[in-house]
Ligand binder design. Structure first.
Ligand SMILES: [Zn+2]
Length: 85
């Protein structure tokens, strides 16, 4: 078919990879929209390709772990301040 309608252009917000996919193409599922909330509470949405998404996922897990550690370290902050003197 020389002419095909219903094609979506996907562009990775991280590496700028571009892919043109027709509606219903199974490769559409490889593109992932992710959410990120900045320190000042702004929510950003980004589109990532199949190469960048796993890297982001590893990064997000690391951030979750750091956040969870932060939430558990209430008492350690007091100790650290005492040790800084
Ligand atoms: Zn990418």
């Amino acid at each position: 078919m020389a002419k095909q309608k219903g094609i979506t252009r996907f562009t990775c917000d991280r590496c700028n990879t571009v892919e043109y996919l027709p509606e219903g193409d199974p490769h559409i599922d490889e593109w992932r929209e992710i959410q990120h909330i900045t320190a000042d509470g702004t929510q950003n949405t980004r589109l990532l390709c199949k190469s960048c998404h796993p890297t982001w996922h590893t990064f997000a897990i690391q951030q979750d772990n750091e956040f969870n550690q932060f939430m558990l370290q209430k008492d350690r902050d007091k100790e650290d301040k005492t040790n800084d003197r």
